[in-house]
Design a protein around this ligand. Structure first.
Ligand code: ADP
Length: 237
């Protein structure tokens, strides 16, 4: 997506109208989707109680697909907010290790094959937007799951230096080509290494990089094709 340097008044009005439309459609879609997700979770619970494996499997798939749709709507709305400078942070002090525990707990049910190991120590209070940092960690972890089929280990590490905290998410999956490494943070970029199982639109890393940038942090990746990738992001303390 390219943003024109000097758009005309007409173009600006069209842009504004489009962003208003995106925001409106997003709101309209979110409510029914949240309700479908809630009922799918109830269905899963009921199938568990009734020990009906077939319904449980279907409900699990519905849960994952609904989650994907909700994520897609959120991503489109966030991309529009970034474009118009409306993505603002709401910073609070919170324990980063506590947040990581919660995030891992909420993602673990979505993958039966992967185990997410945590390498952290004690409480680490930072001043940041908790929801948005959760979004970055979730994006990196879901990518790690998506792009390491057939592998089981994912490692999340939190490290503290004098002036910053560094979070890393390591997978042992397909890896990223050196010439694609910079472009994966572009809006709606989809790498040629994408897998059928992980169909998405590709705004996740772009949004994550913008969230980290708004926190005055840095995001980067180290990767070897066929061996895996480690995504890092740092936040100033
Ligand atoms: P999406 O996964 O929906 O395409 P992202 O913005 O999260 O969107 O990722 C952009 C691209 O970066 C992906 O299409 C993929 O090519 C590459 N990528 C991201 N994370 C990984 C990873 N852990 N391993 C390999 N490739 C990755």
């Amino acid at each position: 997506m390219t943003v024109k340097k000097n758009p005309s008044i007409q173009e600006q009005l069209l842009d504004q109208r489009r962003d208003e439309m995106i925001a409106m459609i997003g709101h309209e879609l979110r409510t029914p989707l949240t309700s479908i997700k809630g009922f799918t979770e109830l269905l899963e619970k009921r199938a568990k109680t009734l020990k009906d494996q077939k319904i449980l499997d279907y409900a699990f798939l519905m849960h994952i697909q609904t989650e994907r749709l909700i994520q897609l709507v959120r991503d489109i709305m966030d991309t529009s907010k970034i474009r118009t400078g409306k993505l603002v942070l709401s910073k609070v002090p919170f324990d980063l290790n506590g947040l990581l525990t919660e995030t891992v707990k909420s993602l673990q049910p979505l993958t039966k094959k992967h185990t997410i190991a945590r390498k952290t120590s004690g409480r680490l209070v930072i001043f940041a937007d908790r929801g948005r940092i959760n979004q970055v960690i979730t994006n990196l972890l879901t990518n790690a799951i998506k792009y390491s089929p057939g592998k089981s280990k994912i490692i999340v590490t939190i490290r503290q230096t004098d002036d910053k905290v560094i979070v890393s998410v390591q997978d042992f999956g397909i890896g990223i080509n050196p010439n694609q490494k910079e472009r994966i943070f572009d809006p709606f970029y989809q790498g040629s290494n994408r897998l059928e199982l992980g169909r998405g639109l590709g705004p996740g890393l772009y949004i994550s990089s913008q969230i980290v940038r708004l926190h005055h942090g840095r995001i980067w990746v180290e990767s070897v094709v066929g061996k895996g990738s480690t995504f890092y992001f740092s936040l100033p303390l």
